[in-house]
Design a protein around this ligand. Sequence first.
Ligand code: FAD
Ligand code: SIN
Length: 533
Amino acid sequence: MERTDHVVIGSGIAGLSYALKAARHARVTVLTKRDRQEANTRYAQGGIAAVWHPADSLDAHEEDTFVAGAGLCDAEAVRITVAEGPDRVRELIELGVEFSRNEEGEYDLGMEGGHSGRRILHAGDITGSEIQRALVSAASNHPNITIHDHLLAVNLITRSSVAGQPVDDDRAIGVYALEEATGIVHRFLGQVVVLATGGFGKVYLYTSNPDVATGDGHAMALRAGARMGNMEFVQFHPTCLYHPHAKSFLISEALRGEGGRLRRADGTAFMQQYHPLKDLAPRDIVARAIDKELKESGDDSVFLDMTHLDRPFVEERFPNIHARCLQLGIDMVEQPIPVVPAAHYACGGVVVDEHGCSSIPGLYAIGEVTCTGLHGANRLASNSLLEACVYAHRAAAHAKTFIEDNDEPEEPATAWNSQNARNPEELVMVTHNWEEIRRLMWNYVGIVRSTKRLIRARARIDLVIQEIHQYYWDFTITRDLIELRNIALVAKCIIESALLRRESRGLHYTLDYPETNEALRKPTILTRADLGL
Ligand code: FAD
Ligand code: SIN
């Protein structure tokens, strides 16, 4: 058992930004389920949106965020994020993040869909890896921060979970975490617990996300009784590379910001048929347009044409995408890139207030695992790295006060009751159910939905959850089993949220209610009781 002040789960931009702030006053323990570098953050390409250029304005960034969010953004969350964003970006620069500059030595500002002007700071097309490098280096060298790699958080420890029943003074006091190499489940107790576990792209068959994105934080929070918001709003990125060996490699929206055009196999451009902003329309519109084109043509992909740009510019601005495409035999300067949509970003998550506080005292949530209200029904491109920094800063400040104002919890959280038996059937069950969930979510709860498909998805996920439940409690837990249990619960939560939204808005499009209904303009909130847990 380890006692610390702040237990942070996750080592992406949210977790490490928080850790660096909290460590100024206290001890911080960071748990991360793979190597500390591994996170969605590392794969971010386009950049981080912030009002930087003198010709830009906070009002314009707010307005673009509201338009993308399709009427569901929380005005205060938008105001906070946009206003505090530039200071947080300056802190990243002070930490050593090297954003790209133009020939005059000024920061080069990129353009992406839904933005009314250039406001995206980037490091070529590997912005996330540059940010992650700087954060990991600073956190790894900080005397007050201990990072445990390869420790998978399994369940939150709360006063209610210790008591075995809901208690009035519930509070998060720690987490159980599996050390994969030994199979030992450790207890980490803290004065506050911070979920910074990122998204859940792996719930879907095709995703831009790395393997760590299994919605563990969403699932842990749900099981602990936290309120979840807007889980139906799953963002599909319109352009992931279509290639058997590419594993949904992202083709950044910044390419369309530099004039890229989406074309059918016969070379005709089509986005002018769908939106006045054409290829730079909000993501939900572009993804749905591609989905429709593919269904109508029966083709495997559409194509992103960048051949109007010259080679030196492409190699300088998009070195990673250019190199990856070349490796796969696609020279993007000479030929259009085959692309398809894939699950990309979770707009919904643990409901938090303006300080990152969840509905459970002592439990903070920051980054992609949250629903701050910033994104509403659809996230504006490059607003998520920004949101993670802004809320990490606010949560760290609030947690300091929380710790000063509250006694250290003294509950003797019980040790994990490990089962020793391994079941030879487990691997088959895990592989089969993992595949089934991801396929059913793609087919029935994807870009275009219907009530019939959602009800069918619900019936199947309920059966899968029952089967997993039996294995989970009877046998030794493994990473595969824990992640499977989590994606199943997250899938259930997405399906139930989607069924509750009887309109089409932003990322949620259903054939049964194709119009937006202003009377239904409010967030979807669920708790474990709504899911029958
Ligand atoms: P993450 O960076 O995903 O970090 C989560 C951490 O939690 C990881 O370390 C993970 O290992 C750990 N973890 C998860 N579960 C557990 C567990 N059970 N136990 C222990 N540790 C756990 N956004 C932008 O704003 N601009 C972009 O240009 C951009 N491009 C993107 C490109 C790609 C390909 C992808 C996938 C996303 C992109 N996004 C972009 C979205 C953005 O990268 C993420 O929203 C953001 O990085 C999330 O940060 P985070 O810290 O919340 O989560
Ligand atoms: C991209 O580069 O297209 C991703 C940007 C984002 O998801 O915000």
